[in-house]
Design a protein around this ligand. Structure first.
Ligand code: SF4
Length: 275
């Protein structure tokens, strides 16, 4: 059997590594896991920094993080096509994330697609709060497994698992010009990484120049050109911070009983597999 863990550099897949390291159901295969990160070439700088953290963590456990990449980065693809990914057309995921992973599987494992037997298990970090995202592989010889769902770990539990291991909690991973970024994330990018923001801005502008006959201009954040977003960034960040503060001050959202239950659940993880 071959085992591959699809690592994304964010909270969920980091927690999945820790869970699999700890839980007796998976401990036996932990050393055999191929932990693979597909690098789009335009990951957020904080995602790249976190990969270094995980490199060190895994090498202490005689494991390693494999990095794969498409032939061209997402930026090169966008420039060549004069096209950006969008919420409606998420072509990037297949081209820069899934294809390199599938290529790796085909090169490294000996798989027979005609076989009725499962030959590859893919572990995917979807948490217990997003089980609607679960998919089957579509092949009999490849099985997709979702350890965080099996052990009922939602995002809060994943964060706590990472904190308990003494690791920093990763920021939301992804490309710096992802169409799923929030206004606040792009406003921060313009302050913390102005060169990357400028790159995204140029891309957005050149796509609109090339497709000027479109009825509606194309913007990463619908209806808000990046140029305008930059002008309004202080306002956007202030609004975000104020909402966050209000949420944190709301009593009962995550009370001490829930916190205690979560700690108990994480303490008993190695026993959950039923062995
Ligand atoms: S992070 Fe966003 S832009 Fe990057 S591959 Fe995923 S959906 Fe596409």
């Amino acid at each position: 059997m071959n085992y591959l863990l699809s690592y994304g550099g964010g909270v969920n897949s980091t927690a999945m590594i820790l869970l699999m390291e700890d839980t007796c159901e998976f401990q036996e295969i932990f050393q055999e896991l191929h932990i693979v990160f597909a690098d789009t070439g335009v990951e957020h700088p904080e995602t790249y920094a976190y990969l270094d953290t995980m490199d060190a963590y895994l090498s202490d456990r005689e494991q390693r993080l494999v990095r794969v990449a498409p032939e061209k980065s997402l930026l090169e693809m966008c420039k060549e096509r004069n096209f950006l990914p969008s919420r409606m057309s998420r072509w990037c995921t297949k081209e820069v994330k899934l294809n390199p992973l599938w290529k790796y599987e085909a090169q490294v494992f000996t798989l027979n697609p005609k076989s009725e037997k499962v030959q590859l298990m893919r572990f995917i970090g979807i948490d217990a709060g997003e089980s609607h995202r679960v998919r089957v592989s579509g092949y009999r010889h490849i099985k997709q497994r979702y350890p965080l769902i099996k052990y009922d770990l939602d995002r809060t539990a994943c964060i706590r698992l990472i904190e308990r291991r003494g690791l920093p909690v990763p920021k939301k991973s992804g490309c710096y010009f992802c169409p799923f970024s929030s206004r606040h994330e792009l406003a921060r990018l313009s302050i913390e990484y102005p060169q990357l923001f400028d790159e995204a801005l140029r891309l957005e502008q050149s796509v609109n120049e090339a497709w000027s006959e479109r009825k509606e201009p194309f913007h990463l954040i619908q209806g808000l050109p990046l140029e305008v977003l930059r002008q309004k960034r202080d306002e956007i960040i202030a609004r975000y911070e104020s909402k966050k503060l209000k949420k944190e001050m709301q009593p009962g959202l995550f009370d001490s009983l829930e916190a205690e239950e979560l700690e108990e659940k994480l303490d008993s993880l190695p026993c959950l597999c039923g062995r």
